[in-house]
Design a protein around this ligand. Structure first.
Ligand SMILES: [Zn+2]
Length: 82
């Protein structure tokens, strides 16, 4: 069993001998058609239908992070006028 980083967003590599976690960002999921495993260099075609749950989960995470980031920015930095 390969100890992948469970906290890193991504998808498990489908290559049995590899099994590494392929890090994909939400942007990758949404805008890239192909993602490459950095370990075995297999290219995965994004299947949005099949990845729908992953995408929505990541979208939620992304939104949560964004609001957290926005809150932090708001609290830490007063609005700057250019
Ligand atoms: Zn791989």
């Amino acid at each position: 069993m390969i100890n992948t980083q469970n906290t890193a967003p991504g998808i498990p590599c489908p290559t049995e001998s590899c099994g590494h976690n392929i890090k994909v960002s939400l942007q990758d999921l949404l805008f890239q058609k192909i993602v490459k495993c950095p370990h075995c260099l297999v290219e995965l075609t994004m299947n949005r239908e099949a990845s729908k749950e992953t995408i929505s989960a990541m979208a939620e995470l992304h939104n949560a992070l964004e609001s957290a980031e926005a809150a932090k920015t708001f609290a830490g930095n007063p609005v700057r006028h250019p």
